[in-house]
Design a protein. Structure first.
Length: 150
């Protein structure tokens, strides 16, 4: 008997590997295009949900259904506040490995008036945020508003 060891990968040919790689690449391409083309629609849905949360919390401010810009924003979007010159930035805070959705409501001068938690998880997380971390997020939003000329 022969003690010759045969590699388990020997039967995989180059064509199969290329076909699998093309399938993965095509899936990523289609996903990226769908994400890009549906961004404004998804932000419109987000605006509706934010307005529901603001109404439930007793806040009279509302954000416009149409986002201000569809420019790059990692995990959020800019919206105008209805009835005023203020703006809102909907974003996520990460803490302890989890995400919490929040909205930073800004006045016409570009200063953050309030950061409103948009979920029960975010409401639980907000009191636990140390003041320097809270200030870090507020500064980032204000700087982003200044860079964008808002």
């Amino acid at each position: 008997m022969s003690d010759k060891k045969v590699s388990p990968l020997k039967h995989i040919d180059r064509r199969s590997v290329l076909l699998f790689a093309a399938w993965i690449g095509g899936t990523l391409l289609i996903g990226g295009l769908l994400g890009s083309f549906t961004r404004s629609y998804r932000l419109g849905l987000l605006a509706g949900e934010v307005n529901k949360v603001l109404a439930e919390s007793g806040d009279t401010r509302r954000i416009a259904a149409k986002p201000l810009s569809a420019g790059p924003a990692a995990l959020g979007g800019w919206f105008a506040l209805d009835g005023s010159e203020g703006q809102a930035y909907v974003f996520t805070i990460t803490r302890g490995g989890s995400f919490a959705a929040c909205a930073a409501l800004m006045d016409s001068g570009g200063r953050v008036d309030a950061v409103v938690p948009l979920s029960g998880h975010a409401a639980q997380l907000s009191p636990e945020l140390p003041p320097p971390v809270y200030r870090f997020y507020v500064n980032r939003v204000e700087k982003a508003a200044g860079r964008a000329g808002r």
